[in-house]
Design a protein around this ligand. Structure first.
Ligand SMILES: O=C(O)c1ccccc1NCC(=O)[C@H](O)[C@H](O)COP(=O)(O)O
Length: 214
């Protein structure tokens, strides 16, 4: 069974739709150095994360310019988990994890899986995504799901499959990669930064379809 994270929540109604659909985690994006329709300011991120109910992981998604800033953002937005994009060292990730006492996820690019191995065991989950040159996500691009599945078999750290997933391809992605979780942002939108509630519900249902058939 793959768990589901709905990422890039910018509005309360979208957060509610994700929770009502049965998402295991919601992601709120702040402080990223790219122009994203899914980015909100830290105060809005704090509000959106605060009202995530129990048993759903409130995830802060960010690309701050230092480990200290990551810790500060975690303090002001109070998430359950922090998903970092960009270039980080193992020591920096360990520092952020220890200082915040939060679960730390690192996003790695699917085209550079050799880099992923270096972080095995140092973080709580690894998001394998189709990132842009800066390491940002939300590209809407798919990648080699089989290679991600093979990586997941080698690592002890849980792997989250992201990048170009939609309600129509997520069941196949789960079948091929068998990830710990799947993550979607642009693939369930009606417009940039606004979720299509029907697509969100279909995505969550289809991510679990393989389990229903088993
Ligand atoms: O979504 C963004 O615009 C974004 C920008 C900068 C850093 C991270 C971003 N998204 C992070 C996510 O977790 C997305 O869910 C993931 O990249 C998948 O995106 P998509 O291909 O659009 O489903």
């Amino acid at each position: 069974m793959a768990r589901v994270k709905i990422c890039g929540i910018t509005r309360e109604a979208d957060r509610r739709a994700a929770v009502d659909a049965g998402a295991d985690a919601v992601g709120v994006i702040t402080e990223v150095p790219v122009d994203s329709p899914r980015e909100v300011d830290p105060a809005t991120a704090a509000e959106l994360l605060a009202d995530v109910p129990p048993f759903v992981t409130a995830t802060l998604v960010t690309m701050p310019d230092s480990a200290e800033r990551a810790v500060e953002l975690a303090r002001t937005t109070a998430p359950d988990a922090i998903q970092l994009h960009g270039e980080w060292t193992v020591d920096e990730l360990r520092y952020i994890r220890a200082e915040t006492e939060r679960k730390v996820l690192l996003t790695v690019d699917a085209a550079d899986l050799a880099r992923a191995e270096e972080f095995d065991g140092a973080i709580d989950a690894m998001v394998v995504d189709s990132t842009d040159d800066s390491g940002a996500g939300g590209t809407g691009e798919t990648h080699d799901w089989r290679a991600t599945g093979e990586l997941a078999e080698r690592l002890t750290t849980p792997v989250v499959l992201a990048g170009g997933l939609t309600a129509d391809n997520v069941a196949e992605a789960v079948r091929v990669a068998d990830p710990f979780a799947v993550d979607v942002a642009s693939g369930v939108e009606i417009a940039g930064g606004r979720k299509d509630h029907n697509a969100v519900a279909r995505f969550v249902a289809n991510a679990g379809r393989e389990m229903e058939l088993a």
